[in-house]
Structures are given as C-alpha cells and as structure tokens.
Design a protein around this ligand. Sequence first.
Ligand SMILES: [Zn+2]
Length: 280
Amino acid sequence: MGKKILSKVCKTIIISLFFISSVLIMSPLETREVFAMDNNIDKEYIEGFNGKSQEQMVSASVSKKVAFLTFDDGPSGNNTPKILNILKQNNIKATFFVIGKEAERNPQVLKELNNSGMCILPHTYCHDYKIIYSSVENYFKDLEKCKNVIRKITGKSPEFYTRLPGGSDNLVCKAENLRSIRNRLNAKGIDYVDWNVSSGDATGNSVPTSTIKSNIVSQVGNSKTAVVLMHDGYYKTTTVEALPETIKSLKSQGFTFKTFDDLTPGERTKMIKMGVINRR
Ligand SMILES: [Zn+2]
C-alpha cells in the first residue's frame, strides 16, 4: 500500500517536472505561438519574430513573392466579365480601380466583381482630367461621387485606398494642386496607390498581346512585390488576351496573388518604401 502511494507521488513529481522543464525550454517563438493561438495574432508576425528586429520582422513577412494585379478604368460590359472569368479559372483575386460613371453603366458587372471577392476601389467618377484636376475641391467632389456609386451598388464603403487618374505624379494636374490632393488624401487616411509594373496597355487601344506580357514579365524582374497596372475598359481586348499567359508566367516564378483588401501592414510598409503607395 505504502509503496503504491510512493510510486503515485513519484509519478506526479516526474510529470510536473517534465511539464515545467518543457515550458522553460520553449523558445520565445514557441511561447508566442502558444500565446497567439489564444490571441489570434497575425501568423506572419509570429513567423517573423524569433529574436529579430522590427525591421527584419517586416521584411520577413513580405519575403514571399506577391503580385497585386490591378485593373483601371472599368468596369466594362465586354472585357471585365472576361477578366473575371480568367481570374476565377486561376483561383486568384485582383483589385479594380473603377470609374464611377462606368460602374453606373454596368452595375451588374460591378456586383459580379463584388460577389466574386474582388477588391473594388475608387478611381474617380468621371476620369476627365479637365474636370478632376481643375481644382483640389473638384477632385475630391468627383472622388466622393465615385465612392457613393460603389457604396450604392455593392453596399461596401471603399475608404482606405484610391488611384489617381494618370498616377500620383502625372503632368496633367498643376504640381501645386497635385501636392495638395496627395496631402489631403493622406490626411483623410487614404493611401494613393501607383504601380511598379506597367503592362503598357494604355499606350494604345490594341497593344499586341505579346508586348503586354513581355512588359509585365520584364518589369517584374527579380522583384518580390509586383503591383501591376492594367486596364479593363471597353477597348482593352488585348489585355484580356494577354492575361492567362501573364498569370501563368507569374505563377511559374512563384508568385501568389493578393488584393488591397488583404494587404498586411508589412506589405504596406514595403510598398511605401518602394514608392508604390504614397509616392512623394
Ligand atoms: Zn485611369
């Protein structure tokens, strides 16, 4: 009887010692993992932690190859649904910087984009440089009108990102006005998004498919983050034709595809450094 009690006590002590030592041996990373399971901390944050500085953490979290395909100036009734099909076939998502006026013309297409989990962001309502860049006030009026159209059709409010027609360093808008627009966007908590890879499909209405693909592949080069500028307006049929091969090529290089809906803080920081977001 005494022996049995003694062996039970011994077992309890051994188990307790084993548990305590295993907790002590646990690395800070593992401790964070256990912690994170309870607290639902961003997995990329944990992976990047393990004794690294904050900067290393950020770069670790964005060391994967990620492509952000972006389509401007739609939605169009002909090309946007075709693009959506190609994206669906490839099981990837993309970002659409839409023109409010076009969304009003093709509300069903915008709904389809929204229902398919695509990221929809405002580009402006009319995209007419003479109107939107005539004054800072007119730009913001037009942007707000575009956001209202998106809200009305999708029920979602696109608050955090936009793309300036012609880019944030365009030569159409007076430099002083453009500076004020950029500053005011940031003051409102809105990031303006440019690109580091241009498909070149805006240089004409039927840029050859092979040119679009080779522009993208060559500019991607060795970058790990690619924000690709394309267009899904009515005349951009060769962009649609170039898309399957372009996606195939990016996939073969190890790229995964994301949108600005799921941009991580690390990716945003990297894009700011790259001058893709909030370029000065
Ligand atoms: Zn545009």
